[in-house]
Design a protein around this ligand. Structure first.
Ligand SMILES: NC(=O)c1ccc[n+]([C@@H]2O[C@H](COP(=O)([O-])OP(=O)(O)OC[C@H]3O[C@@H](n4cnc5c(N)ncnc54)[C@H](O)[C@@H]3O)[C@@H](O)[C@H]2O)c1
Length: 418
């Protein structure tokens, strides 16, 4: 079996981690048992480009249980857990091409390995694999049944491709599923971003002014958790409705130029470019901390920051770089990459349980329906979402009410008014 990982000897540590995560992934476990029985992915080659974590390992085990022949590569050079990669190779016989901290060249070399495998189904977290498939590996396209996309940024890229009429395979926008968004972007990113910040800096959150750029799913989750730990939270937005929502939720709302002067810590969660840039760095207080939890490392203009810095002291603490600008310092966490993955362990297992359950059932759907699917970006079917929510509620021991016949009739009718 061909693979490229840091050290196979790390496998036993990785296995413990995978098994620990698995205990908090009841929905995926349910699907894994069903897949093992019915083998819906039998003999299919699948390449996944996802964060190589213990939770992803459990997704790979589920796909393999369903009969798929899989390869895993990293979707971010800093999020790979080398022990998990080792265990996937050693204990579960799943090839992995990913090394924590790999450079851009190796990252792309690994992406190519995923495509040289000639998959008929792909999974992406940011659309890097799909974009390579649409360029250098076009020749594989006719055999690809479909692809799953895990994150907002990837869905945006693929919708842009669709709009240009250049999308060549059907896409399931797993990211847009409610069961995914609610758990992953909101509760998962909310908690794990704070976790990453605390692990990187060990600062006390209470009493700090935290500036949250973007009040979408991720920003809402992070803002509410930061407030819960006692921070004074300020939100910046470009969308009037979202800004209004943040204001009505009780947060301070202002422009980044205003916020730059008062923030102790800044976190970008927008999926947008250069949200923090020169004009903001210049206004920041001495000791301000900046980080990003949006998908790509483009939200903080680090090149701009470098240009106005006299000196950069790398790694003054793990995951912390100090930029010296005249008399003040600005600290950048995790080189501007997703801080919850760079400095912490990504989302807790029970969050990824929902995303990966959606990935698994969306894959099964694509395999069953690929002949009728067009080359466009599809929403995950409500029936898949309902199934996942049902299994999750069951695993939590929660029962909910059912509509009575009278209520069903009432909700369907238009005749009954005041
Ligand atoms: N850290 C993680 O683990 C994780 C998890 C899920 C998604 N993400 C990423 O986080 C980012 C946000 O995802 P989301 O689901 O919250 O998206 P979203 O579309 O729900 O929200 C993004 C928000 O940012 C706002 N925005 C855009 N440009 C801005 C700017 N210049 N200044 C201020 N606000 C701006 C938009 O108006 C929008 O409200 C994406 O890049 C996504 O891929 C990260």
């Amino acid at each position: 079996m061909k693979y490229d990982i840091k050290n196979i000897k790390l496998a036993s540590e990785g296995k413990k981690r995978i098994e620990w995560a698995s205990q908090d992934m009841p929905v995926l476990d349910y699907i894994k048992k069903d897949f093992a029985k019915n083998k819906p992915l039998k003999g299919l080659k699948m390449s996944a480009c996802l964060h190589v974590t213990a939770e992803t390992a459990n997704l790979m085990r589920t796909l393999k249980a369903g009969g798929a022949d899989t390869v895993l590569v990293a979707s971010n050079p800093l999020s790979t857990q080398d022990d998990v990669a080792a265990s996937l190779v050693n204990n579960y016989k799943i090839p992995v091409f990913a090394i924590h901290g790999e450079d851009k060249y190796t990252y792309y070399k690994h992406l190519e390995e995923a495509l040289k495998f000639e998959p008929v189904i792909t999974m992406d977290d940011g659309a890097d694999l799909l974009s390579l498939l649409h360029s250098k590996y076009k020749v594989l396209m006719p055999n690809v049944m479909g692809s799953m996309e895990e994150t907002t940024t990837g869905v945006i890229r693929l919708r842009a491709l669709e709009k240009l009429g250049k999308l060549q395979v059907p896409i399931m926008a797993v990211n847009d599923a409610k069961t995914k968004n609610m758990f992953d972007n909101r509760y998962g990113t909310g908690q794990s971003t704070l976790d990453g910040i605390i692990r990187a800096t060990d600062i006390l959150i209470a009493g700090k002014t935290i500036v949250v750029a973007g009040y979408g799913w991720c920003g809402r989750g992070f803002a509410s958790r930061a407030r819960g730990m006692g921070a004074k939270v300020v939100v910046t937005e470009v969308d009037e409705i979202k800004a209004l929502e943040a204001a009505m939720d009780g947060f301070g709302v202002m422009t980044m130029k205003e916020a730059a002067k008062i923030g102790d810590l800044f976190c970008t969660l927008t999926g947008d470019l250069h949200v923090l840039r020169k004009e903001h760095f210049e206004l920041m207080k001495d000791g301000a901390i900046v980080c990003n939890s949006g998908h790509f490392d483009v939200e903080i203009d680090l090149i701009g920051l470098k240009k106005i810095s006299k000196k950069i002291n790398k790694n003054v603490r793990n995951f912390v770089d100090e930029y010296v600008l005249g008399k003040k310092k600005i600290f950048v966490l995790g080189e501007g990459r997703l801080i919850n993955l760079a400095a912490a362990e990504g989302h807790p297992a029970s969050v990824m349980d929902m995303s990966f359950a959606t990935q698994s059932l969306a894959t099964e759907y694509v395999v069953k329906n690929h002949k009728k699917l067009e080359k466009k970006v599809y929403e995950v079917l409500p029936s898949i979402e309902e199934k996942i929510a049902k299994i999750k509620l069951k695993s939590m021991g929660i029962s909910i009410d059912k509509l009575t016949a009278e209520q069903e009739k009432y909700l369907r009718s238009w005749e009954i008014g005041t």
